[in-house]
Design a binder for this molecule. Structure first.
Ligand SMILES: Cc1ncc(COP(=O)(O)O)c(C=O)c1O
Length: 411
């Protein structure tokens, strides 16, 4: 369809008339593995969980993987294993899902927000350096959408100052930095298998690491504080119950088998989309990172330059959705704008008290200008669309071009 066609929002035909690939996907692989678990009577934390952990560690190129209930508890478990305790500061980006920062509070530490880079939307090492204090204990780079943070600079900074690095790789299944898997560049890395993610069992999470001591501590914490090889009712450490079930592991094993093909398809479609979107005035795509040797592509992110496009991001998005593009604004506010942080010093009027209450930590003056701008101008396209045929993916670019060409009428 040409860019001159009437926009769908003004009554024209949509640029993307067909449905997009459904998500989540499954086939007989999931069915057979799930049936096998049902029939086996072994529903609980057994061979399939271990098999998945081995397979996932190998997939990321890590020595160890410890599974758990979700990506949030994976971060909490990792922070505890790294020795982050009450009063420590942990530097996090404000452009993320809440778990990146709330997990820090859950373990009693203080999230400190450093800004992101405009081209990667990931933690800016220069701002991490500025926000660092003698109390900083760790840093959590988030690999937003599977695009990895600058691990060279972040690791160098961490080594200079003796900081621990936990990669929030919730979106980075299979992403690689110069051949090394996400989650293996820092001390450890965490992943989510929640239903919107590129590999899913509805819920689920995992932590990968090359350090056996960390893996053992995570296993202990996730398994009621038991010690490796210890008697069943011996609980040596503080722990919780974060175990994955055999059903989840069965589904995840099937999903992992399918992932390499899906990654290849998303990568090919992203290249098509990148090329097709180049040169549309007011639309900025994120530049490719040459140090990344494999990319997961959780969501495809564009930035809208309102002054050049002549249309606000929200109106652009409305018009794009009317064209049939599965797009959203994504994280529309920096994490620190959420009440859980804004009210942290007061504490809530109910029983779930933040460990930060009455500790003098305030977020009402925090400002990360790059993140604030990105929250105002980003557009996310959901990853299932990247599994469509090349011709259907081209329609996304047609839709963008059409909306951009009609900005004046759409205003
Ligand atoms: C960047 C990031 N970190 C952590 C999480 C938490 O994962 P989960 O939903 O599995 O707890 C998410 C989930 O969306 C996420 O996007």
């Amino acid at each position: 369809m040409s860019a001159s066609a009437k926009p769908a929002l003004l009554g024209g035909p949509p640029a993307c008339p067909q449905p997009w690939p459904a998500w989540p996907v499954f086939d007989n692989r999931e069915r057979q593995r799930l049936n096998a678990v049902l029939e086996s009577g072994q529903w609980w934390f057994g061979e399939r969980v271990r098999e998945f952990e081995r397979a996932y560690a190998a997939f990321q190129g890590a020595k160890f993987a410890v599974s758990c209930t979700n990506g949030t508890t994976a971060i909490e478990m990792g922070l505890r294993a790294l020795g982050v305790v009450e009063g420590d500061e942990v530097i996090v980006p404000p452009y993320s899902f809440v778990a990146t920062a709330s997990a820090v509070i859950t373990v009693g530490a203080i999230p400190v927000f450093a800004d992101i880079e405009p081209d990667t939307l990931n933690l800016d090492p220069a701002d991490v350096e500025r926000k660092r204090t003698p109390r900083t204990r760790a840093v959590i780079p988030v690999h937003v959408g599977g695009r990895m943070a600058d691990m060279d600079r972040l690791n160098a900074l961490a080594a200079r100052h003796g900081l621990r690095v936990l990669e929030d790789a919730a979106h980075a299944w299979g992403s690689q930095w110069q051949g090394r898997g996400a989650g293996t560049l820092g001390d450890c890395g965490t992943f989510s298998f929640q239903v919107s993610k590129n590999i899913t069992a509805g819920e689920g999470g995992v932590l990968v690491t090359d350090h056996e001591d960390l893996a053992d501590l995570c296993r202990s914490f996730s398994h009621c504080g038991r010690r490796k090889g210890g008697p069943w009712y011996d609980h040596d450490y503080l722990g919780s119950n974060l175990r994955l079930t055999e059903f989840q592991a069965a589904v995840l094993l099937a999903q992992l088998e399918r992932l390499p093909d899906q990654m290849a398809r998303r990568e090919a479609n992203v290249r098509v989309l990148d090329a097709a979107l180049d040169g549309i005035p007011g639309i900025r795509r994120l530049p490719a990172e040459p140090r990344m040797t494999r990319r997961s592509h959780h969501m495809y992110i564009l930035r809208v330059d309102e002054a050049v496009l002549g249309l606000s991001r929200d109106r652009f998005l409305e018009a794009l959705c009317a064209e049939g593009v599965p797009a959203s604004k994504g994280w529309y506010q920096p994490l620190y704008r959420n009440r859980v942080f804004q009210d942290a010093h007061r504490g809530p009027a109910h029983g779930i008290k933040s460990p930060l209450a009455a500790k003098g930590v305030r977020y009402d003056t925090v400002s990360c200008p790059v993140c604030e701008q990105v929250c105002r101008d980003a557009v996310w396209i959901a990853h299932p669309a990247l599994l469509a045929s090349e011709s259907q993916v081209r329609q996304i670019a047609d839709a963008v071009a059409k909306v951009a060409a009609h900005a004046a009428q759409l205003r």
